[in-house]
Design a protein around this ligand. Sequence first.
Ligand code: COA
Length: 506
Amino acid sequence: MDPRIEKRLGLKQLVDKVVSADEAAALISDGDVVGMSGFTRAGDAKVVPMALAERAKNEKFKIDIYTGASLGPEVDKYLAEAGAIRKRGPFIGDPGIRNLINSGEVTYVDAHLSHNAELVRQGIIGPIKYLIMEAAAITEDGLIIPTTSVGNSPIFAQYAENIIIELNLSHPESLIGIHDIYVPAQQGEREPIPMTNVKERLGEIGIRVAPEKIKAIVVSEEPDAPSLIVPPDEETQNMANILLDFFRSEIKAGRLTNSLMPLQSGVGSVANAVLDGFADSEFENLVVASEVLQDAVFNLIDAGKVSFAAATSITLSEELQKKVYGNLERYADKLCLRPQEISNHPELIRRLGLISINTALELDIYGNVNSTHVSGTKMMNGIGGSGDFARNARLGIFVTKSYAKGGAISSIVPMVSHVDHTEHDVDVIVTEQGIADLRGLAPKERAALIIENCAHPDFKEQLRDYYNRAVEATGNSQTPHILEEALSWHVNLAKNKTMKKEVTNA
Ligand code: COA
């Protein structure tokens, strides 16, 4: 046996389980519910899904796939496009599966990422026939060491009837020790989660499973697909500066200190760019308590700004993958990866007092946020953890550029076409135009701030006009709307490819 495999396969009774990807893929049957490791294109199984995709070219079968979050192209492009996915949850990001969801070929269950584990416990997700999980090693005492994400693998491992391990030799062995696996008991028998500080470790370094559940081990050397974020630009830099000034004013008001509170920052380019803005600031000794660690967090560790970062996954661009995984020892004592049930747990988010920064697709003049549905009907990615964090954070901040698609779309609309985060979950809004601090404000107070501070100049007058007429039409009601007009901006966009009003009247 390859000495590299021998080194990572500590539990010797499993040696005879090593098989090819094709042999492992053959274990999956039509109609199976399959759990998979992986979260934001990190730590996902790769070679077994590709073998399944090959199988699907010659054989008709469909399976339900539940994961931590979005996976790389092996599942969310190739397996999906091979027609082998019936149902998928709880988060996606690949355009391949997005198109299939939006054409009705894949059924998609978009869910809060902290909720999945409870659904598995209750048997709503399941029975899980197989867990296909990427691992960096299996220790002598039978702990499965995850790779660059933990996601839902611990709960899947507990409930799955069978497990296929992809032992990935391309991940550094120094990943061993950065995971902290703690799985709460059933509701009703559960203790409080024993964490009062993000740095505290709660559990074991790997996932404990009954070895007899492991039916196959496949060796892989495929790296994670790199993240697709685009670098910061002038506008995202501006948003970062606005947010930093807001934090300074919170310090002045005595609500925060120079190390703020644990920071959560969402997926995507905008949230990454905003976090990058801390690099040249006076803030220090920052702690990150997020679900995903993107490039910016490692740049901030390098800049000496972040002293510790915990999450459930690490998803990096190609450049940062080389830097971080080529030198993981340097970061290891500042990192911790936990199950998503813990990283996103409402109990901990509230107890630790997180500052949560997530991205909106659009928001309305009263502060309701749409993060998931383009024009109310087409799925973008999913709610991910944004709802877990926004509702329970000490400060729920949403960032977005004030416009999209070259200026044809206003990100601030009279009424959102889909609601992910209600006005009650949204404390602060930041665009490149400015900030609206909505805390303690009534709907009409919010509308004035959002329109004047955050809307793009091209749409301000149009928003003011709608709002003023709505106040008049409703006799100055609590939340003024003209219902027949509230979604007319989206209708205009569908018909005329712009939300600008003059085209509606043309
Ligand atoms: N209407 C239509 N399209 C819009 C839009 C709107 N109001 N606002 C943005 N878009 C488009 C952009 O044009 C861009 O399209 P492109 O890929 O064709 O260029 C795309 O949406 C992404 O927008 P971008 O501004 O680049 O933002 P992003 O990469 O930061 O992603 C979200 C933004 C909202 C899609 C992303 O953050 C997300 O999926 N959030 C939900 C999950 C979440 O918040 N998880 C957080 C916990 S980690």
